[in-house]
Design a protein around this ligand. Structure first.
Ligand code: KG4
Ligand code: ZN
Length: 332
């Protein structure tokens, strides 16, 4: 069986085909980063329009490259949420229509389920149950995963997502969009210990996060500093240290509280080298998707779609997207 996966929830158009016997057959990605860079952030309407332009050519190019006819597909899975409503609508409309035209099943995939199952695309894949640390531009979550579809959210961000905090702090420091990787690059030149930023909410019990105050703290530190390039790198370093420390403290706490022995890290911030280094010191086997599948991609949607297809989970002809969609709703 072959499932075509379509991802259009934000600023990346991703498509992929997953085969339940042969695994991932191929994937293609078109990033809109350059389109949004001049505005310093994602412009939703431009994102939707670009998905309209790119999705079908990307699917055709993937099928051509794999030498597969459209008729070889058994289902089309698309990201139905959470995400930008217009962007989601593009993938959902195309995906649902394509499935209808081909007379095959359509599957609505939860974007975060895609992220947390992404390590399953690798040879070294975690067994259930595991703890997932989801760190993206839209979400920060610790999730207990007992099986596909059995998710318990143990903690999440009460305000900014961690990727969002990276991006906003980077913007304040005058770095180009998308700021997360830029800030991480700058932090490499920062002097350790030159500045100390707080580790939000670590003194309180529980597994929730809060990153918006940290961003403001970084801004105030920058304003009060002499403002040199070196100071900027020092603050980037201190910010990254504070975030990485906070995430690893909470992940350790969650492992202790649940007794779980495996940790999956997924989402764009999972690409952060300092975070990876720190999590390696935890008392758990840590699993990551390959870097290309840490950030948004079609492969994770094709994979999650295949799991949903096998569970008999398909959608009717109505096209519905859910810009806000709790992960736990999938367990109900
Ligand atoms: O998962 P993702 O591609 O998109 C969402 O679903 O949000 O995550 C994108 C986020 C952005 O905020 C980006 O700045 C951040 O991941 N990011 C990083 C790094 N690479 C990507 N943040 C810190 N360090 C990195 N190396
Ligand atoms: Zn994502």
């Amino acid at each position: 069986m072959k499932v075509l996966g379509i991802e259009t929830s934000c600023d990346e158009t991703g498509v992929a085909i997953y085969d339940d016997e042969q695994g991932l057959l191929g994937h293609e990605l078109y990033s809109q980063v350059e389109l949004h860079a001049v505005y310093g952030g994602v412009v939703p309407e431009l994102a939707s329009r670009d998905h309209v332009r790119k999705t079908i050519p990307l699917i055709d190019s993937l099928l051509r490259r794999l030498d597969l006819p459209r008729s070889s597909l058994d289902a089309v899975a698309y990201t139905a949420g959470p995400g930008l409503v217009g962007a989601l609508m593009v993938g959902a409309m195309l995906g649902r229509s394509l499935a209808w035209g081909l007379g095959i099943s359509a599957i609505a995939v939860h974007h975060m389920e895609g992220h947390l199952l992404a390590p399953m695309l690798e040879d070294d894949r975690p067994a259930f149950p595991f703890l997932a640390l989801l760190v993206s531009g839209g979400h920060t979550m610790l999730v207990r995963v007992d099986a596909v579809g059995a998710y318990k959210v143990l903690g999440e961000s009460l305000d900014d997502a961690v990727g969002e905090a990276f991006d906003k702090t980077a913007k304040m420091l005058g770095l180009p969009y998308p700021g997360g990787p830029e800030l991480a690059r700058l932090a490499l030149r920062g002097r350790p210990g030159r500045y100390e930023l707080p580790r939000p909410m670590v003194d309180r019990p529980g597994l929730d996060f809060s990153f918006s105050g940290l961003k403001t703290y970084a801004l105030n530190t920058w304003i009060a500093s002499p403002g040199s390039e070196q100071e900027k790198a020092d603050i980037a370093r201190a910010f990254e240290e504070a975030v990485v420390d906070t995430l690893s403290i909470k992940a350790r706490r969650a492992l202790q509280e649940t007794g779980l022995e495996r940790l999956v890290v997924a989402g764009g911030v999972g690409a952060n080298a300092r975070l990876r280094e720190r999590l390696a010191s935890l008392d758990a086997a840590v699993y990551y998707p390959r870097p290309a599948f840490c950030t948004d991609n079609g492969a994770m949607i094709a994979y999650a779609g295949m799991q949903r297809l096998k569970a008999g989970d398909r959608v009717g002809l109505a096209v519905a997207v859910r810009p806000r969609w709790s992960l736990e709703a999938l367990s109900e």
